[in-house]
Design a protein around this ligand. Structure first.
Ligand SMILES: [Zn+2]
Length: 462
């Protein structure tokens, strides 16, 4: 079968639904995935898989194609219906199925869609996805199996019960505005907030796969404009945003300022460390130094790790970390929850902190040293040289400075300042970021590193 190789990405499968994700391709993925599962579970009689889908218009079609492939491959399919990605993760734990697949385009445009897959309760990514791609292109002979069965199970009530367990915010006085961007987290998110006793102002919490109001991606400021305005005009304590499939959290302070993932992590880390002293807490290479310093200051064990939710979940298990997070708002709680990224649960944990302390996020973070940090800077760089450019920049700085190289090069300039150069896993792009104690120092380092990148690139391309 002719396979569009680029739809098989590092962490998931994704493409323009009607052009690149045909019934034939999705069916073949289902069948080969099923075969691979049996190969990995020798002796297993029947394997069972939970399948969920987001509210995109192409999701029902993809569900049918995927299910047909899985049934042909001999696995039993449990259809959990429409909902956010964490509902699928929950279903895998709650129903104790062997694996799960979520049909979702996450925060991407409405005409795109994709698959996020699990391997047991872990992520299915990188080499797993490459192997799947190869066997879809050239199918490997598999033993005949009886066709699987299909049933529907609604786990949404159990899910809301679980995420709200032990949380009561009635009488907290919190006034909140929620924006689900018409994505799949709206209805369940609202149900959870109401269950803990809150009465949120709801923006775009009805599912609509055409995303008529704004893009469901809270990492992009322009998607937060209306939420910010409503927080300010309504004097709300906090604004909450969910991405299209509910695994990324956006948060707006009472002042209308965005509180990004690394700052949210500081709030959660302090909360967790108060109960579990010494806990390991994991952040990614793009996070502010203030996060790692704050974890240490509060008696935790900070770990700086690779970007990407699959990388993070895997490392978290290895280290027994109780919390992990990314700038993008993927937040993973393993102290009282399952350790996957669930932004509905993340919102409840945030609100719990605000209710208990009776402070705003800004007030709670006021003792974090002020630094000057750039946003993520993206520079175009061809795929075939991007890793080499990063390597050469690393070598160049290594003689003089400490360089952390778990994911790209994070150069530590010795005065708390750092600069990051990493190759994106998802496109022909280098990602840069800089932080320092003064604006001048930050800009000076940025100019120097950008110059180094340009020179190394030139040396490679002539
Ligand atoms: Zn997402």
């Amino acid at each position: 079968m002719l396979v569009p190789a680029h739809v098989f990405r590092e962490y998931d499968i994704r493409g323009v639904a009607d052009k690149e994700l045909s019934d034939e391709l999705i069916g073949a993925i289902g069948q080969e995935f099923a075969h691979a599962l049996y190969e990995d579970a020798p002796g297993a009689e029947r394997l069972e898989i939970a399948v969920g889908r987001d509210c995109r218009l192409s999701s029902p079609r993809m569900l049918e194609a995927l299910t047909e492939g899985l049934l042909r491959g001999g696995v039993d399919v449990i259809d959990i219906g429409v909902g956010p990605t964490p509902l699928l993760y929950f279903a895998v734990h709650h129903l104790n199925t062997d694996v799960g697949v979520m049909i979702t385009g996450s925060h991407n445009p409405g005409d795109e869609n994709g698959l996020k897959m699990m391997k047991g309760k872990a992520s299915f990514f990188a080499d797993d996805i490459r192997r799947l791609r190869d066997r879809v292109a050239v199918p490997i002979a598999a033993p005949e199996r009886a066709r699987g069965s299909r049933r529907e199970v609604d786990v949404s009530k159990a899910y809301v019960d679980r995420v709200t367990e032990g949380i009561d915010l009635s009488g907290s006085g919190l006034s909140i505005v929620v924006d689900a961007g018409n994505g799949s987290a709206g209805p369940l998110g609202l149900a959870a907030l109401k269950k803990v006793g809150l009465d949120p102002v709801a923006l775009y919490c009805e599912m609509d796969g055409t995303f008529p109001n704004h893009h469901p991606d809270p990492t992009v400021l322009s998607n937060l404009v209306e939420l910010i305005a409503r927080v300010k005009s309504g004097n709300a304590s906090v604004g909450i945003a969910w991405d299209g499939d509910g695994d990324r959290l956006g948060a707006i302070d009472a002042t209308g300022e965005v509180v990004w993932g690394d700052k949210l992590m500081i709030l959660f880390a302090r909360d967790i460390l108060a109960e579990s002293p010494g806990a390991a807490i994991l952040g990614e290479v793009k996070c502010s130094q203030t996060l790692y310093d704050d974890i240490k200051k509060h008696g935790g064990r900070p770990i700086l790790w690779k970007t990407g939710h699959s990388n993070i979940k895997t490392k978290m298990k290895q280290e027994g970390a109780l919390l992990a997070g990314e700038m993008s708002g993927h937040l993973f709680f393993a102290d009282k929850y399952f350790g996957y990224d669930d932004a509905i649960y993340g919102a409840l944990r945030l609100l719990q902190i605000l209710a208990r302390t009776k402070k705003t996020m800004g007030e709670l973070l006021s003792d974090v040293p002020r630094t000057f940090i750039t946003p993520e800077l993206r520079i175009d760089c061809p795929d075939d040289i991007k890793f080499e450019v990063v390597d050469r920049v690393k070598t160049r700085y290594r003689s003089e400075y400490e360089v952390i190289d778990v994911d790209g090069a994070r150069i530590l300039f010795g005065d708390g300042a750092w600069g990051l150069v990493r190759a994106s896993n998802t496109g022909p792009v280098l990602v840069l970021r800089f932080e320092a104690k003064s604006e001048a120092r930050r800009d000076e380092l940025r100019a120097a590193v950008e110059r180094a990148v340009a020179e190394e690139r030139k040396a490679l391309t002539g």
